[in-house]
Design a protein around this ligand. Sequence first.
Ligand SMILES: Cc1ncc(COP(=O)(O)O)c(C=O)c1O
Length: 429
Amino acid sequence: MSLKTFSCRVLFKCLHHGVFASSKPLSARDAAAAVLGRSSTRGYYNTRKAKYPQQGGVAHGRVVDLRSDTVTKPGPAMRQAMAEAKVGDDVMREDPTVNELQTIAADMFQMEDALFVPSGTMSNLIAVMVHCRERGDEMIVGDLSHLHIYEQGGSAQLAGVHATTVNNLPDGSFDIEQLESKIRHGYPDPHYPRSRLICVENTHNIQGGRVLPLTFLQEVRALADRYGLSVHMDGARVMNAAVAQGVPPSTILQHTHTVSVCLSKGLGSPVGTILAGPQDFISQAVRCRKALGGGMRQAGILAAAGKLSLLEMVGRLEEDHHNAKTFAQALLDCDPPLFAVDMAAVETNILRFRLQEPSLSPSEFCARMGEVGEGEEAVLGQGIQVLMYPHFGNSVRAVWHLGISPEDTQLAIQKMQLVASQYLKEMAG
Ligand SMILES: Cc1ncc(COP(=O)(O)O)c(C=O)c1O
């Protein structure tokens, strides 16, 4: 069914004329959720995950899982490569498949060396540990960065590294003057920590998959060089950035000393991240990885998947970006309007949008998208559960990945239009 033939307005009319069996007014629970679910602009500290109850009498709907690109599962080719991988003891640096993956990655990122590590979180922590080796070292991070918000303060907790924050602008970048103002000049005065590291995130997760402009990265690197600091990029999704900018990753990474690239997000591996940088940095990183319990043995089974991610999965990221834009446009086309979307900000596979109607909170919207309501099968031909998360600033986040086809995206659009229409009917009625 096309967007045009299935607009919110049509559904709104259907609902208004009683086509659906259940068109309940806002219950006390709904009203409470609507009020309580409204989050502050800094609500990312307490993001509560939406619950997806199986309500409305239909036990199983078709599921479109837009919660994260971490939910991808390896397909048959990847599983076969994993099954056939040549392996050895990687702590002894003897796993041929891991070694091959690391060579491929170093080459692709134009870095001297690379290391396969279990996760993005460990990779960032190792990077911080290696860049900030002395007690009293400090790093500068974005106030909305994954490293600062979602990694449990591991760099303080486990590495003893102090962080100072700089504001992330809506595109994920920083104001360069503010960044410069965060650099300490007091060393060796015993009052002050010593600035060592600047961390950037590309694409920027919380800011909705935003791609850092190359000119910004150039400015950050020039500043770092002027003050003798290092630049680490949390490039969990840097391949999405490269695809969106139409450049090889090395064009982006020439401005950083080190990078962490996740293989287990849009690139589809079940596990694994690459940490890349200069040779002496990677030698130290090998030690830190072992200390953190990340020394894996016959890891070639996982590295085989990683090789496919880097060699064969990058090109398909464009599809995710396209599908995210298609859904974003459908939100905008919703008539009467219920959603606010900045199309220029939809650059990659992560979409953030807001609800224009204050009484419909992100958590309530996500709950409605995730449950199959009574009468839904009659209207949509099947039950559809679309899973997404409420996000900070009264917004909702949806993420596209290799498990979501253009057809799934159309199903998500139909479900969104149904939920919007039902809600508007309740408001009117
Ligand atoms: C930007 C960013 N960095 C790091 C990570 C951490 O990766 P992992 O889940 O592999 O620890 C994530 C995970 O979503 C992320 O989005």
